[in-house]
Each structure stands twice: as structure tokens, then as C-alpha cells.
Design a protein around this ligand. Structure first.
Ligand code: NAD
Length: 262
């Protein structure tokens, strides 16, 4: 694979949280990045924090919209002349129990994460196959793709869908030298818009801790007793996409300070 320093990356949902940390890390390694998110101003502001438009650009793209996804991929081609690395990171969590979950809730969760990732991977794969240079597709799935937790049936089910997309696409795209891997974070409280936007309050209520102590609560139940931050997920993306792991595909790396192994 091309060294990260000469790669062009598209990161969805990168105006905030984990996605923004991933885009920042990839740019720090020398990659050019396209930040795709729901709000153009926020996407452009995140890009401007990373660097000039020679290095990072922000585009508006709702990943549930096929033509918007194509626009984001085209933006990478137009601005930087190619595409090598795609991170399916856009997401949200409604944090509802089975009985609370409406059909609209179910559809929204699955549209953004399962269908959104499918649309992004498909649009990107067309370019990667055509370029004949290989490439990387990374899914930010979740510990919840495997392990059950209360009050998040639609979220967890769609994360499991994403995890299986990783295995399916690793099998389908391997012949083209395209690696497809996933990351399963857990407990990234600080810096996460999902946690700040209501999930944190609900989780804190479920665990019976004050919301401001939720990060420490998650940390103390991990094997390493460490709080997981967006930067730690970004580090895993960097490692996964580095040439040192160029014989690895279809893998999920937990970034949870050991909670899934406990
Ligand atoms: P976040 O809210 O900070 O980031 C999510 C981003 O996705 C936001 O910028 C949001 O605007 C964007 N987004 C939402 N719907 C979109 C759409 N339809 N099209 C384009 N962009 C859209 O939250 P985060 O915690 O950084 O989450 C990032 C990813 O990490 C999500 O997929 C989430 O499920 C996953 N994840 C997070 C944790 C955690 O502990 N925070 C754990 C496991 C997995």
C-alpha cells in the first residue's frame, strides 16, 4: 500500500468526536483528508482546525443520501486527485429500549450506520478498484456489535451489521488489494457528541452515576482502568492502515481499555 503520508482519506462524521480525531491524526501523518458531515460549516471548521485546504477540506454529506455520498467521494478526487482510505465513522445513538424503539427510530439508526456505510463503501470501492492501487476501508463499529448492553437494541443491531460488512467486503475486495477492517471502541465519553447529546445522561441513569463522572465510571470497569479518548481510536486507525499491517484484513480491533475481554 501507499505510505500514509501520500494517501487521500475520506472520513464520515468527522466534524466531531472520534471522526475528527481520526482526520486530525491522518493529516498529522501527512495524508490529505476530506471531512464529510451533516453540517457544512462544522465540517469546514473542523478541516480548518487541521490545516489549509491543501490538506483538509470539509464537505456536507448525509451518508444516507446516495448522491451526497457520491459528492463526498468526488470532492476527494477533485481536491486531491484520488482516494486511498475511507473511514465509516458517521453515527448516532438513540439509546432506547425495545419497548421505546419506534419504527422511525429503527430506520434512522439503520439508515445512518448500516445503509450509510454500505453507500460510502460502495462509492469508494468503485474508485479504489478503478485506480488499481489497493486501499483501506475502516469501519468504526462498536463493542456493542458483539456484546449486549441495555437500552440500545437498534444501535447495537446496526453496529453488528457494520461488523459483518467488514467481513463480507474483506472477502469481496481482497482480490483488488483493498483491506477492510473495523474498530470496536467503547466508553469514549469525553469529546463524543453522542454522549453529550443525551446518550451520556441515559447511560449515567442506567449505571446510577452522575453524568459528569461517567468517563471515570467507564474507566474503572476496564481491565486497564483507563479512560478511552477519541485519540485512542484514531491511533488504532493509524496502525490498521499502516504498511506494517498490510497482511491484515477482516479484523476488528477493540479500543476499550480491555472491557470486552473482561
Ligand atoms: P459524535 O456525535 O461526536 O460523532 C458522530 C458524527 O457523525 C457527528 O459529527 C454527526 O454529525 C455525524 N453524523 C450523524 N449522522 C450523520 C449522517 N447521516 N451523515 C453524516 N454524518 C452524520 O460521536 P462519536 O462518539 O465520535 O461517534 C463516532 C462513531 O463512533 C459512531 O459511529 C459511534 O457509533 C462510534 N462509537 C462511539 C463510541 C463511543 O464510546 N463514543 C463507542 C463505540 C462506537
Amino acid at each position: 500500500p501507499k505510505p500514509l503520508a501520500s494517501r487521500i482519506a475520506l472520513v464520515t462524521g468527522a466534524a466531531s468526536g472520534i471522526g475528527k480525531a481520526i482526520a486530525t491524526r491522518l493529516a498529522a501523518e501527512g495524508a490529505c483528508v476530506v471531512i464529510a458531515d451533516l453540517d457544512l460549516e462544522k465540517a469546514q471548521a473542523a478541516a480548518a482546525e487541521i490545516g489549509s485546504t491543501d490538506v483538509a477540506i470539509g464537505v456536507v454529506a448525509n451518508v444516507t443520501d446516495e448522491s451526497a455520498v457520491q459528492h463526498a467521494v468526488d470532492a476527494a478526487l477533485l481536491a486531491f486527485g484520488g482516494l486511498d482510505l475511507v473511514v465509516n465513522n458517521a453515527g448516532l445513538s438513540l439509546s432506547k429500549s425495545l419497548l421505546e424503539t419506534t419504527v422511525a427510530d429503527w430506520d434512522l439508526q439503520h439508515n445512518v450506520m448500516a445503509k450509510g456505510s454500505f453507500l460510502v463503501s460502495r462509492a469508494a470501492a468503485r474508485v479504489l478498484i478503478d485506480q488499481k492501487l489497493g486501499g483501506d476501508i475502516v469501519y468504526i463499529s462498536s463493542k456493542n456489535s458483539i456484546f449486549a448492553g441495555p437500552n440500545n437494541i437498534a444501535y447495537s443491531a446496526t453496529k453488528a451489521d457494520q461488523a459483518h460488512q467488514v467481513r463480507l467486503l474483506a472477502a469481496e475486495l481482497g482480490d483488488h488489494g483493498i483491506r477492510v477492517n473495523g474498530i470496536n471502541p467503547d466508553g469514549v465519553v469525553r469529546g463524543s457528541g453522542i454522549f453529550a447529546g443525551g446518550w451520556g445522561a441515559k447511560r449515567a441513569a442506567v449505571y446510577g452515576v452522575p453524568e459528569e463522572e461517567l468517563g471515570q465510571y467507564y474507566a474503572q470497569r476496564t481491565l486497564l482502568k483507563r479512560e478511552v479518548l477519541p485519540e485512542h481510536v484514531a491511533n488504532a486507525v493509524f496502525v490498521l492502515c499502516s504498511s506494517d499491517l498490510d497482511h491484515t484484513t477482516g479484523l476488528h480491533i477493540p479500543v476499550d481499555a480491555g472491557v470486552a475481554a473482561a
